[in-house]
Write a protein that binds this ligand. Structure first.
Ligand SMILES: O=C(O)CCC(=O)C(=O)O
Ligand SMILES: [Fe+2]
Length: 291
């Protein structure tokens, strides 16, 4: 299932934190029942009871990927039913990741009505495709921080794509070259307000990403992301310095289905708001993939 979450930038209106928190208060209604259009009806999105913490999400040390053992771990993480992993050893320090996490907390936007979340999606690369009018001016270092973080994440993802090809005994550039020099890199800031009925309301409904590869900087404290593994929703734990990496539909195609684009969702909670920043990289739109 392709993601229905990528929304056109025209519809997004950046807001200030003040406006945003008012809406959140309205939406949260001080513990009142959420409006009916947010309720997950029946079992169509999988019940909440089946969450399992017994299946661990693999952890890959990016700095060790020149070794055969770590490369094998990467391959098995991606062909196994988990289809995602937590990347450590990526060279970005905790204080740097905190700057990205909390430096940007004025950036939110409302779109999808049925998910209990606000999002702002921005094209970062190619540079000419940016719509700078939508980039928040506050905080003043927003653009700089987003550009720098996106560049670091892109370089990690490029390296991982090479390792993924090597792990299948393919030419190093087999996947990366299909993305092309002008591949599309988008950043999405997700903001999940507290919700009085986590048993009935999801932050993001189950979906797979349409990207080639996605990297997610999770909230440092608040969990919420779950991956469907063997028909069970498994929590992706918060590891402060780790970046969650998952493949999207286009890499599933490029790898002839050997690597999976995992189904995932975000649950809500009554206690704490949650933020995450996702970086999506996908091949140039004109590129034919999976040849
Ligand atoms: O917020 C998260 O943990 C995941 C968000 C997500 O899946 C997405 O933006 O595609
Ligand atoms: Fe996603």
């Amino acid at each position: 299932m392709a993601s229905n979450l990528l929304v056109s930038e025209e519809k997004l209106v950046p807001r200030s934190i003040q406006e945003m928190s008012m809406s959140i208060q309205e939406m949260s209604m001080d513990g009142d029942e959420p409006p009916s259009q947010y309720l997950v009806k029946g079992n169509s999105f999988g019940s909440k009871e089946d969450s399992s913490t017994l299946i661990p999400i693999p952890i890959i040390d990016v700095s060790l990927l020149s070794s055969q053992a770590e490369l094998e771990k990467l391959r098995s993480a991606l062909i196994s039913s988990a289809g995602c992993f937590q990347a450590i050893g990526h060279g970005m320090s905790s204080s740097y990741l905190d700057k990205v996490r909390y430096g940007n907390d004025m950036v939110v936007s409302e779109n999808q009505v049925l998910d209990w979340s606000y999002r702002l999606t921005l094209r970062v690369f190619p540079k000419e495709k940016r719509r700078l009018a939508l980039w928040p001016e506050n905080p003043s270092d927003f653009s700089e921080t987003l550009e720098e973080f996106s560049t670091k994440v892109k370089s990690m993802m490029d390296y991982l794509l090479k390792c993924m090809a090597r792990s299948l005994n393919l030419e190093e550039g087999s996947f990366l070259d299909q993305f092309g020099k002008q591949s599309l890199l988008q950043a999405r800031v997700n903001f999940y307000p507290r919700c009085s009925r986590p048993d009935l309301v999801l932050g993001v409904k189950p979906h797979t990403d349409r990207s080639g590869i996605t990297t997610l900087l999770q909230d440092k404290e608040v969990e919420g992301l779950q991956v469907l593994i063997d028909d069970k929703w498994v929590n992706v734990p918060t590891i402060p310095d780790a970046l969650v990496v998952n493949l999207g539909d286009q890499m599933q195609i490029m790898s002839n289905g050997i690597f999976k684009s995992p189904m995932h969702r975000v649950v809500t909670n009554t206690k704490k708001l949650r933020m995450s920043i996702a970086i999506f990289n996908e091949p140039e739109p004109e590129n034919e993939i999976g040849k």
